[in-house]
Design a protein around this ligand. Structure first.
Ligand SMILES: Cc1cc2nc3c(=O)[nH]c(=O)nc-3n(C[C@H](O)[C@H](O)[C@H](O)COP(=O)(O)OP(=O)(O)OC[C@H]3O[C@@H](n4cnc5c(N)ncnc54)[C@H](O)[C@@H]3O)c2cc1C
Length: 456
């Protein structure tokens, strides 16, 4: 939030001016502010770390930030369950869990997000046996528009399935109870590989590694493949100097290459070929959370598609064909990851199918729409579902057809936020107005039950 009261997201291309911002110190203060705003007809939104690429946080009403509702609240090592304040950043949570000999089983490639923000958009890492991060949620606490506090647990699975990935459409999450695992180390290996070999061996690479992903540089035939596997070996992290050089290459050198590409787009293919020649193999062992997350200082915007795993190679080749055909200036690599099917969240992009995620990026200040539109057309032809935290150009009626449990989500939404207090312009576009597309709302009412109120 700037001193002028303007909120801006991480990539710097979405802004809004809320009527009021608040960092509540307690769930009661949060509930009072929410119910007052709702009574005044204002929209209420929550910002985590502002790392989503869309305008989904934006409001001209009340913008809440839960940084003061953060930290470990309860640890049950035996049961492998922890309860954390919703504003807790993943980076802080990882360190606190490590002190208890615990860890999250998987993470995405950064750790700056808040726990509630990451869960709410279906944030994921890579690993064919691991679902997105929201699959770790055992329970969560919500504050509804009228200030009511609602415990979402397996006692009412329909509400919990709606609340795990909800884009903030149901209420304000104040805490989450997560399933965690004993702390573990990973052997991290990365190297360049010919694209043809990567795609030819894709199933083997995905199935024989705990966490496999690759980055493909458009205009080259080279992929950077990364495999992280659990190990009992003693940790031998990269030396500070080596890590520093790697971070400089990933951020400083890459920033310079991106700037050169933005200034002289016709040189992007040559720049990409130089970058792939500079990629050196690396191997080290470290605690899981230090391996998963990297520092990202190069600013960009992003679109990502969840696709049936079986079509991954075909979709990738089609994207490369269109980049060549339409002479699109694409410097950033395409990132490819793999996630297990789940049906624990109605809006999980991996709902009901083993998933390959393909992410495309555009450096800040460059036109992203022609590229992203072309990628979206391809992804839609292969049953793609967009990542909820990233850019896409889809609307609610098109999205509804891609989510088998769409109506069940809408039924819970109509029940928990009947006035649409948490629905801003972005949510109206991607979820529709409250009550409209929930065709199964009344039929499913018996599944939902009444909110379990505590205190208010
Ligand atoms: C550099 C970078 C790297 C990324 N890497 C990955 C990756 O590896 N994998 C991946 O899947 N995604 C990735 N993302 C996307 C990112 O994980 C998601 O956009 C995530 O939602 C951001 O978390 P946040 O805390 O910043 O949430 P925000 O962007 O602030 O909010 C996201 C949504 O959650 C809602 N929300 C936040 N807190 C609450 C709350 N307490 N109660 C109710 N609703 C709430 C917001 O209203 C909004 O709708 C990356 C993003 C960036 C910028």
């Amino acid at each position: 939030m700037s001193p002028s009261g303007t909120w801006t997201n991480w990539s710097g291309d979405e802004t809004c001016r809320p009527n009021r911002t608040l960092q509540p110190r307690s769930a009661d203060e949060l509930a009072d502010a929410t119910s007052s705003a709702a009574a005044a007809g204002q929209t209420v939104r929550v910002v985590g770390a502002g790392h989503s690429f869309s305008d989904q946080v934006c409001t001209d009403g009340l913008l809440l930030n839960l940084d003061r509702l953060s930290g470990l609240q309860h640890v049950d090592t035996e049961a492998g369950l922890v309860t954390v304040g919703a504003g807790t950043r993943l980076s802080d949570l990882n360190v606190q869990l490590a002190r208890h000999g615990l860890a999250l089983p998987n993470l995405g490639d950064i750790d700056r997000q808040s726990i509630a923000g990451a869960m709410s958009t279906g944030t994921h890492g890579t690993g064919r046996k691991l679902g997105n991060l929201a699959t770790q949620i055992e329970a969560l606490e919500l504050v509804l528009a009228d200030g009511t506090k609602l415990s979402c647990t397996n006692a009412e699975p329909e509400v919990l399935r709606a609340a795990r990935v909800s884009l903030g459409a149901l209420g304000v999450i104040t805490s989450c109870t997560l399933r965690v695992v004993p702390a573990f180390a990973l052997r991290a290996e990365s190297r360049s590989m010919r694209l043809a070999e990567t795609l030819g061996r894709l199933d083997e690479l995905v199935d024989t590694n705990d966490h496999f992903e690759f980055f493909l540089f458009p205009h080259t035939d080279t992929a950077l493949v990364k495999a992280n596997n659990r190990t009992d070996e003693a940790v031998r992290p990269p030396r500070a100097l080596t890590r520093g050089i790697a971070e400089f290459a990933e951020n400083g050198v890459f920033e310079a290459v991106c700037r050169a590409g933005r200034r002289f787009p016709s040189r992007i293919p040559r720049l990409n070929r130089v970058v792939t020649r500079l990629m050196a193999p690396s191997e080290y062992v470290d605690q899981s959370y230090r391996v998963f997350a990297s520092r990202r200082s190069v600013r960009f915007t992003e679109m990502e598609w969840a696709l049936p795993r079986a079509v991954c190679a075909e979709v990738l080749q089609e994207i490369l064909r269109v980049i060549d055909r339409d002479r699109l200036d694409v410097g950033f690599p395409i990132e490819v990851r793999f996630v297990a099917a789940d049906e624990l969240s109605h809006l999980s992009p991996a709902y009901g199918r083993e998933t390959a995620y393909l992410a495309v990026h555009m450096y800040q200040g460059m036109a992203w729409e022609p590229y992203f539109r072309a990628v979206q057309d391809i992804a839609l032809a292969f049953e793609g579902r967009p990542h909820w935290g990233k850019r896409h150009l889809m609307e609610a009626d098109e999205l509804a057809a891609r989510y088998p449990a769409w109506d069940r989500f809408q039924a819970v939404r109509s029940r928990l936020d009947p006035q649409g207090t948490f629905t801003n312009a972005h949510l109206r576009r991607v979820l529709g107005p409250v009550g409209i597309s929930g065709t199964a709302a009344s039929a499913d009412d018996h599944l939902i039950g009444s909110p379990t109120t505590k205190g208010r």
